[in-house]
Design a protein around this ligand. Structure first.
Ligand SMILES: Cc1cc2nc3c(=O)[nH]c(=O)nc-3n(C[C@H](O)[C@H](O)[C@H](O)COP(=O)(O)OP(=O)(O)OC[C@H]3O[C@@H](n4cnc5c(N)ncnc54)[C@H](O)[C@@H]3O)c2cc1C
Length: 393
């Protein structure tokens, strides 16, 4: 996103300098794999080049999830995942003369990046959001409302409870408008599809690998075929780890999987242990961090406490087990929390009174920021004593 916004060049996004590969005796080969031949222990590239392997690690990532809306093959409709998508965006939405309005379908993490990018070039943006609050399938209602207000304050037109029905062509065969399931027609020149990602594994369908949504792996990241592993976004745990999804499309779990499989291949067979769930993002000016389990619809034995400061731009949600008062997770908006401390508290299963007493220690905001977590802690104490819990269910 920061390349399109002019904050950095593409070269800055490359993980390593060009000399890194040779220096570390890694042969970097640019090519597309189109087939896996298990019996021959070979992969085939699109130029018919056959490559032998002893051990194979599949790490082909995700691709945007596209549903078959009428008109989704029109010029000006695209997802946002790869460098090629970034280049296409430069063609589809270079400025607000060629692209007066953009419609983004889906209000998740990639959708908000697209919105901020287009907004940075003064392109009008409408977002179609399936739920009744922003990112309502992940955030609690209070958090979704807070972020929705912030995003709308930037001039983004948010349409809640709204799905895409079809994309209509203009007289030149590009995007001219969209129709929503509520029957509204919105004139636009660009449609960004950000309705999630799916594992990028089509080329493996007839390889003999067990495949569901992703390539199925056991806890050692081994597939059903000997000497073949899958890691990152394209891997799906055959048996999900407790409180985790079977496919987790975030960078740090991919990195842990890479480290894990490297140990196994170096003859120390090691199970994948992702530790405490964590994710972070930025919604225009508001940073988001979540640790452990804070569910959008707090049901079962989960109970939540919610604090929001007077600005309406900072909040903390604490989740806990109502029977044992064990701390389950935390989500912060507009505040930075200490990752190592939270990992420790969650893995040690601290109770809520400990967490609230020590809450100010979580502060990880840069210097000169007001230390407001103390205020949140005293509000939480009152809520806990008076049983004022949030219930989203
Ligand atoms: C816009 C955007 C923003 C994101 N922001 C965040 C974030 O803030 N935090 C976070 O945790 N995660 C974020 N993610 C997700 C994160 O990028 C992924 O989880 C991570 O990159 C997955 O790593 P991976 O190695 O599994 O796959 P990828 O990084 O997708 O790498 C897959 C590689 O395989 C190559 N490839 C694919 N098919 C073939 C083939 N047939 N032959 C040869 N090569 C092939 C691709 O070209 C690519 O180089 C974001 C993703 C997007 C798209």
């Amino acid at each position: 996103m920061y390349v399109y916004m002019g904050h950095m060049n593409f070269e800055h996004t490359q993980p390593y300098e060009d000399w890194f590969w040779e220096k570390n005796t890694i042969d970097l080969l640019n090519g597309q794999v189109i087939e896996l031949k298990y019996v021959e222990k070979q992969i085939i590239l699109s130029d018919d080049f056959a490559f032998d392997y002893d051990e194979l690690i599949i790490a082909t990532g995700s691709k945007p999830a596209f549903y078959n809306w009428p008109g989704s093959d029109l010029r000006g409709v695209q997802g946002f995942y790869s460098k090629q998508d970034l280049e296409l965006l430069e063609t589809n939405a270079p400025n607000n003369k060629q692209c007066k309005r953009a419609v983004i379908v889906g209000g998740g993490l990639i959708g908000i990046e697209l919105a901020e990018m287009l907004h940075s070039r003064d392109i009008n943006v409408t977002m179609l959001i399936r739920e009744d609050v922003y990112w309502g399938n992940i955030l609690t209602k209070n958090e979704g409302m807070l972020l929705g207000k912030h995003i709308a304050s930037k001039g983004i037109d948010l349409r809640f409870n709204t799905n895409l029905k079809e994309i209509n062509a203009d007289e030149h065969g590009g995007v001219g408008s969209i129709t929503t399931t509520s029957g509204d027609t919105i004139a636009c020149n660009f449609v960004g599809i950000s309705t999630g990602v799916v594992p990028n594994i089509d080329f493996l369908k007839s390889s003999g690998l067990d495949i569901d949504n992703g390539v199925l792996v056991n806890q050692y990241l081994e597939t059903n075929l000997q000497s073949i592993y899958a890691i990152g976004d394209c891997a799906q745990q055959r048996v999900s780890l407790p409180n985790r999804k079977s496919v987790e499309a975030v960078w740090y779990t991919g990195r842990i999987m890479g480290q894990t499989v490297a140990k196994t291949i170096a003859k120390t067979r090691t199970p994948y242990q992702p530790g405490v769930w964590f994710n972070s993002a930025k919604f225009f000016d508001i940073e988001y961090q979540t640790y452990g389990n804070v569910s959008a619809t707090c049901g079962g034995s989960e109970q939540q406490l919610y604090w929001e400061d007077n600005s309406g731009e900072k909040s903390i949600t604490l989740a806990f087990d109502k029977n044992s008062l064990t701390f389950l997770g935390i989500t912060a908006l507009g505040l930075r929390l200490s990752h190592p401390l939270l990992e420790q508290w969650l893995s040690e299963k601290k109770d809520m009174s400990y967490v609230i007493d020590h809450l100010p220690e979580l502060n990880f905001d840069p210097e000169f920021y007001p230390k407001i977590i103390k205020r949140a802690a005293s509000k939480f104490k009152e809520q806990l004593i008076s049983n004022e819990f949030e219930s989203n269910s």
